[in-house]
Write a protein that binds this ligand. Structure first.
Ligand code: NAP
Length: 312
């Protein structure tokens, strides 16, 4: 009986590797646990997890011999790490291998909104360019003052890229970092007041819920653009909708949403929102690297070694 349970939707390549290297048993989601026998659940020592549905103590208790949860993704806010630790379960994630993709996407989203790409593309496609002439002018991207909310691994990559756009970089983290002279702010409202645009790269979870609230949006002001590649939970979406509707800020670009993949229809229909369906790490190269790191963690955990990238 296999000791590895793969939970979630895997690409064919990852599924094949999990089958070949671990003889993994697959379930698409938590409903699938009901289809396993008690013996099958008791045999599971490692779970390869891919998804955003909560993985809490209740699910862990149905796998009584679980010792490792190898998450596919760097963000592990769906997993109750305290509950795992209390049960002697190690949790791992896939940091660093996705930094470039997520940072590239964040910069692309910011430029798209500062220069107004979506409206500009629409005017070509629908014939308005020929019928109505040129669009109103966009804003200059190079040299804008950018605030990075969360100077972690991905935040740093975003800042490095934007520095090449002659941006003055400001950031907010819980402590100052070693940077090439970038300006530190302890408070997100102070950060928002000091910059033109904000890119959010903090972790999700209960501690950062609604971190970007109406006060931050008001402090950013009517020329400001907000980009979020972190988690939907870190923005107060009701406050964001109001800010986009009444011009408190100019525009937003979101790769992540509260309750995704369902998106609040009020948000989805706003012309000054550029929405993407959580594609931060969604490239062939990076997803392959994430799968490989997940499997390296599984192997180490099952062999009784310290996994490569533990979070507890
Ligand atoms: P990281 O290196 O751990 O950085 C996380 C940042 O969050 C740090 O700046 C940290 O602040 C801050 N932070 C952590 N806990 C906090 C708290 N309680 N209050 C305030 N700030 C807090 O993580 P990363 O690898 O850069 O990834 C960041 C996040 O991006 C992930 O957690 C994930 O949710 C998201 N992500 C999204 C995608 C996507 O597809 N859109 C892909 C990958 C990752 P300090 O610097 O003070 O420690």
């Amino acid at each position: 009986m296999t000791d590895t349970l793969a939970i979630g939707q895997y690409t064919d390549i990852d599924a094949q590797a999990l089958r070949q290297d671990f003889d993994a048993l697959f379930i698409a989601g938590w409903d699938g646990l009901d289809s396993l026998s008690e013996d099958q659940r008791a045999a599971v020592r490692a779970a390869a997890y891919k998804g955003h549905a909560p993985f809490g103590g209740a699910q862990m208790d149905r796998l009584p011999n679980l010792r490792l949860i190898a998450n596919f993704g760097v963000g592990y806010d769906a997993i109750d790490v305290a509950a795992a630790t209390a049960r002697g379960i190690t949790v791992t994630n896939t940091p660093d291998v996705l930094n470039d993709d997520v940072a590239d996407l964040a910069v692309g989203m910011l430029i798209a909104q500062v220069r107004g790409f979506e409206a500009a593309a629409r005017t070509v496609r629908n014939g308005d360019w020929a019928a109505k002439g040129d669009l109103p002018l966009g804003r200059k991207m190079s040299g804008r003052k950018i605030g990075i909310l969360g100077m972690g691994r991905i935040g740093r990559e975003i800042a490095d890229r934007l520095a090449a756009f002659k941006s003055e970089i400001h950031y907010q983290s819980r402590s100052p970092k070693d940077t090439p002279g970038w300006t530190y702010h302890a408070d997100p409202v102070d950060l928002a007041r000091a910059v033109d645009d904000i890119v959010i790269a903090i972790v999700g979870g209960t501690e950062t819920q609604n971190y970007v609230n109406a006060d931050v949006l008001a402090a950013l002001g009517p020329d400001g653009v907000i980009v979020n590649i972190a988690r939907g939970t870190v923005i107060d979406e009701a406050a964001l909708i109001a800010a986009l509707e009444n011009g408190t800020i100019r525009a937003a670009a979101l790769d992540v949403f509260q309750g995704e993949p369902a998106v609040d229809p009020r948000l989805a229909k706003l012309d000054n929102l550029f929405p993407l369906p959580h594609i931060g790490s969604a490239t062939v190269e990076t997803r392959a690297a994430m799968g490989a790191l997940q499997r390296r963690n599984l192997r180490a955990g099952l062999d009784g070694d310290r996994p490569h990238t533990p979070v507890n």
